[in-house]
Design a protein around this ligand. Structure first.
Ligand SMILES: O=C(O)c1ccccc1NCC(=O)[C@H](O)[C@H](O)COP(=O)(O)O
Length: 261
């Protein structure tokens, strides 16, 4: 069993429990449920840097990255740095995140927020909306085409943008559909944890132009971004490189400044 299999197995149990604890009617009556946010896809299309910075305490591949930062400080720092979007991990068991982190992020900024989660059930889309997300992640490696279709259509009907994540051509080909806004290529193989930005380069030409191309994971230099921009990427999801420093916001600031100089 790979780590991804384990995460999904645990996620199924977790979602069943959560559904019993909080009924969908309660999620739908949240003050944030009918909120209209800013489009992350639009911001990325018009941005020179295209950084989506991630709030990430720990991960299966790196164990602890940073447990000290407050969500408020990280989000404020990222906003001041000029990022286009912020990714908030909400998985507790493997990443130390929570929906409360998402809610705190929402209360801190108007920048588009991605709920970074292993989504397998429409209930999680209602949660994303109720806790202030603008964008949700769907991972092609763990979903059938039909599930991607259903989840992405429901997300769009809720006013959420959809970031579809792939790692190879097979996942990409099965996932292309109009209900996707952003196409993310994860440079990390979620089964082996190997990371290479060549994955983004190799898949770039197979991604139709109507999707905003996002390169995810293992990005730690502005040179890598400049290279990926030449392949048509407009968004760059960066977690560990910022979160492992003394001050995630300052790290993002100097990164974006050096990208623009
Ligand atoms: O980061 C992991 O170890 C990981 C393991 C299993 C499933 C997902 C995982 N990460 C989620 C992500 O996609 C990354 O947090 C995100 O792309 C940022 O990556 P990085 O800049 O390398 O922190």
């Amino acid at each position: 069993m790979t780590i991804l299999d384990k995460i999904i197995r645990d996620k199924r149990q977790e979602v069943t429990l959560r559904k019993n604890l909080i009924p969908t009617t309660q999620l739908e009556s949240s003050v944030l449920f009918n909120r209209t946010g800013t489009s992350m896809a639009e911001l990325l299309r018009n941005s020179k840097s295209g950084i989506i910075a991630e709030h990430k305490r720990r991960s299966p591949s790196k164990a602890v990255i940073n447990q000290q930062f407050s969500v408020f400080d990280v989000i404020t720092g990222y906003e001041n740095a000029g990022v286009c979007g912020i990714s908030v991990l909400t998985d507790g068991k493997y990443f130390g995140g929570s929906l409360d982190d998402l809610l705190t992020a929402r209360a801190t900024t108007n920048i588009p927020l991605l709920r970074k989660e292993f989504i397998i059930d429409e209930y999680q889309l209602l949660e994303a909306k109720a806790f202030g997300a603008d964008v949700i992640l769907l991972i092609a490696a763990v979903l059938e085409r039909k599930e991607i279709q259903q989840l992405s259509t429901t997300a769009k009907n809720l006013g959420l943008e959809v970031l579809l994540e792939v790692h190879n051509l097979e996942e990409l080909e099965k996932s292309l559909m109009p209900s996707i806004d952003l196409l993310g290529v994860n440079n990390r193989n979620l089964k082996t944890f190997e990371v290479s930005i060549d994955t983004s380069k190799d898949l770039a030409s197979a991604i139709p132009d109507e999707f905003v191309k996002v390169s995810e994971s293992g990005i730690s230099s502005t040179e890598a971004i400049k290279e990926l921009q030449n392949y048509g990427y407009q968004g760059f999801l960066i977690g560990e490189h910022f979160m492992k420093t003394e001050h995630a916001g300052n790290a993002a600031t100097s990164f974006i400044q050096s990208l623009q100089s």
